[in-house]
Design a protein around this ligand. Structure first.
Ligand SMILES: [Zn+2]
Ligand SMILES: [Zn+2]
Length: 777
């Protein structure tokens, strides 16, 4: 490739370069996201002069319309969520009212007439906010970061003196709320709560954070404070619904991004197919594109999903560039760095500066980079595989874009149903907010323990339904029966000697198994008990941050799995059998002869054996396992179709299991299109005859006790979900099914039996029943 002038990157010319020769057919779609003029509004007249001066001092003179709207709503005491693009300046919208209140509060007799809390999902983000506020240095406003590492003495100072406390939901849950009496002066003055990156709070984690926020608002109310909540989110569908579910009160959404934007050219890239119709390696193709871009003087970041992916991409790109440099008689190859998250601040700053001075021209990174390192100003982004949500896709795309220049982004599809589908439906990437962030704040498995924690904070009364919803009284009574709460005339009280908050892990549900390095004794991670049986059984190969470990022992009584580091040369795959019982059908929708339903189910899974599998898929051994079965009570969506209807669709009795199984797999792969989850968050069971329905049944469930909201979303959007599933299978170029359509990487039956054509016939029939007989929605 010719070397392009660094000041003159023309994305279309670059794409043309990349698509030469053998890669001629790989660029399947190009979209230009046009530049946009910014819309400016006047600076609010109520803004404290010290705050205005501090911002002006940092060169911030302009207020975009969405920032102004957020500031005005929050200043008027309305809960507000701002959901606009990356780098649209979401923080200025909340900083104006928050800093103004804090600054004005410094004039109070106590010196602290107003306080505010800022919540971030990660420490790195909290640290960035702190750095920014220290640079702004609004006179009199004391900013402090409070996390698990903050020493006791400093914590005391923060409680007594800080105006703006930057922390995270975990700390609220474990420290601030259980010790709220000590925080009384701070809570009494609490004017604002800022919840940053709130789209992260989805599924079960979202339900936990929702409960923590409601506990916070309840405790604050006890001290007479009614803080205004300001939430910031990446672009998601219905941010007001997400925010209202989190806060438990009405929240107004601001979504019209009024910041100016440079032109962006975005390409969708299919790495091509092997002879048997499977898609070629995504990481390899990404590395080759990265090398070509860097070789042409285009400074590029490539995002990979895992640490192993990052290492592969960086190593292969370096190799290619060095080979090229060597053939050009010894000129030095441009540098490519790898970034896997978990860096020290100094290391991050060093990397940022070598990117700025262009000594590093290429970077391979995990998406951890989304939070924590500033690389604004690169020319191009290559993304290895759909990052799961439109929100993270645009966040990654937004990493490219130097001042005044157009930028380029390329999505390299991976071998996955969703990636395949998006290649064929670019409109879903570009024109639609495709996914909702869903969470179920009323999940009793999550809410129950938080109610116990709330009761330990302040006795619970029926009026607290205002915060926790109508299920409060029923759940509290269950906790009384369990000996966790005690009922008295004045309310429900915490009845145990230990700390209620210690019983709740915010980032999971139920029992967890610790994964411990048998040599060093170090805890590498944790896994839900339900998942432990299939992922860390004895003999399993467990990959921790890209490094393989072999499980030597799983002790379920002690909830510990011992592992040793080392690559045995194969991976393992558990085999299991699952059955389910329908406990309660909450909604039913007839589709002609078919029925669609949603409700509560009990899924019982027995892990029976595991296989050792080589990297090319060859199974080199099957080993029986003797493990207890596990039962999960959760939310599910299911559909049934009578055998005679399946026969009409051309699927005879013998073909039913394979057709249903294939339809189940593909539909699980497609659900992330509608709800922000990934296929590992959901599971499925299909059966040719289910005892509860008496019919052939396909069921898809939330993989967490009590549910997470995903299957409910699947039920309400069933027509769209199943149509997309059908279209995906129908258009896949393989002959008998592949990982891009009906095969699943986590199938307990080793992807047997699967009938791709049968699945198309069944889904066609199912969908035609819907359109012929009963209109939905
Ligand atoms: Zn296929
Ligand atoms: Zn399966």
């Amino acid at each position: 490739m010719d070397h392009l002038e660094q000041t003159d990157v023309d994305p279309r010319a670059v794409l043309e370069h990349l698509s030469r020769g053998a890669r001629a057919d790989r660029l399947v779609h190009v979209r230009t996201v046009p530049a946009r003029e910014g819309r400016v509004v006047p600076w609010p007249t109520w803004c404290a002069p010290t705050v205005t001066a501090a911002l002006h001092g940092e060169g911030i003179h302009t207020l975009w319309e969405h920032q102004g709207t957020v500031a005005e709503l929050a200043h008027a005491g309305r809960h507000v969520v701002v959901a606009t693009g990356t780098a649209s300046g979401k923080s200025l919208g909340y900083l104006l009212p928050v800093l103004t209140a804090l600054s004005e509060g410094t004039g109070a007799v106590t010196g602290r007439g107003a306080t505010a809390l800022y919540l971030a999902p990660t420490k790195a983000l909290g640290a960035d906010q702190e750095a920014r506020l220290h640079t702004l240095a609004v006179p009199g406003v004391r900013v402090a970061r409070l996390d698990g590492d903050t020493p006791g003495e400093e914590r005391r100072w923060i409680r007594e003196h800080a105006h703006y406390v930057l922390t995270n939901p975990d700390l609220l849950h474990h420290t601030l709320l259980p010790g709220h009496e000590r925080w009384a002066p701070f809570l009494r003055a609490l004017r604002y709560v800022v919840v940053d990156e709130c789209h992260v709070y989805r599924g079960v984690f979202g339900a936990h954070v929702s409960a923590v926020l409601r506990r916070l608002l309840r405790v604050a109310a006890r001290y007479g404070a009614e803080p205004t909540v300001i939430l910031a989110s990446a672009t998601v569908a219905a941010p007001d619904e997400l925010a209202s579910a989190l806060v438990g009160q009405e929240v107004t959404a601001v979504t019209a991004d009024a910041s100016p934007r440079r032109e962006r050219v975005v390409g969708l890239w299919d790495p091509g197919r092997t002879d048997d119709g499977r898609r070629c390696g995504t990481a390899t193709e990404t590395a080759d594109l990265l090398a070509d871009l860097v070789g042409a003087g285009v400074q590029t970041v490539a995002f990979a999903r895992s640490r192993i992916g990052v290492e592969h991409v960086a190593a292969r790109a370096r190799e290619a560039l060095e080979a090229r440099a060597a053939s050009c008689s010894g000129s030095a190859a441009p540098q490519v760095a790898g970034y896997r998250g978990g860096y020290l601040p100094e290391e991050r700053r060093a990397l940022e500066s070598s990117l700025r001075d262009r000594t590093v021209m290429g970077l391979a990174a995990t998406s951890a980079l989304e939070l924590g390192i500033d690389i604004a100003g690169l020319d191009a982004v290559v993304i290895a595989g759909w990052p799961g949500t439109r929100a993270s896709f645009w966040q990654q795309v937004g990493r490219a874009g130097r001042r005044g220049a157009s930028s380029l982004a390329v999505l390299v599809a991976s071998d996955d149903p969703l990636d395949s589908y998006l290649l064929q439906h670019p409109e879903l990437v570009f024109d639609e907010p495709v996914e909702n962030c869903v969470l179920d704040p009323e999940n009793p498995y999550v809410l129950g323990p938080h109610l116990a924690a709330a009761a330990a904070e302040l006795p619970l009364t029926p009026e607290d339904a205002r915060w926790f919803g109508p299920g409060l009284a029923g759940l509290a009574e269950q906790l009384v029966v369990g000996g966790i709460l005690r009922a008295r005339p004045t309310g429900w009280y915490w009845a145990r000697p230990d700390r209620a908050s210690d019983h709740v892990a915010l980032r999971g549900v139920g029992q967890t198994v610790q994964i411990v390095d048998g040599r060093s004794g170090r805890v590498l991670g944790t896994v839900d008990e339900a998942r432990a049986l299939s992922t860390v059984h004895e003999g399993a190969v467990y990959v921790h941050q890209g490094e393989p470990h072999v499980v030597t022992e799983l002790d379920l009584d002690a909830s510990v799995a011992l592992v040793v580091a080392g690559d045995p040369g194969w991976s393992t795959r558990a085999r299991s059998e699952s059955t389910f019982v329908i406990r309660e059908t909450s909604v039913v929708q007839p589709w002609g002869a078919a029925t669609l339903a949603s409700g509560r189910v009990e899924v019982t899974t027995q892990v029976t054996s595991f296989q050792r599998v080589l990297s090319d898929g060859t199974v080199i051994g099957t080993h029986p396992l003797d493990l207890p079965s596990r039962t999960l009570v959760t939310q599910a969506v299911w559909w049934t179709l009578p055998l005679e209807e399946l026969a009409l669709a051309g699927v005879g009795e013998a073909g039913v299991p394979g057709a249903l199984h294939a339809a189940e797999h593909a539909s699980i792969g497609m659900l992330p299109l509608l709800a922000t989850c990934d296929r590992w968050d959901i599971g499925g069971v299909s059966t040719a005859l289910h005892p509860d329905t008496g019919l052939p049944t396909v069921m898809v469930y939330d993989g967490y006790p009590g549910g997470a909201g995903f299957s409910r979303r699947a039920f309400t959007e069933a027509a769209e979900w199943l149509t997309a599933t059908r279209d995906l299978i129908g258009s896949c170029g393989c002959t008998d099914g592949c990982p891009g359509c009906v095969q699943s990487p986590k199938c307990g039956n080793g992807n047997e039996p699967l009938d791709k054509r049968g699945a198309i016939a069944v889904l066609d029939h199912l969908l035609s029943e819907r359109t012929v007989v009963v209109p939905t929605r």
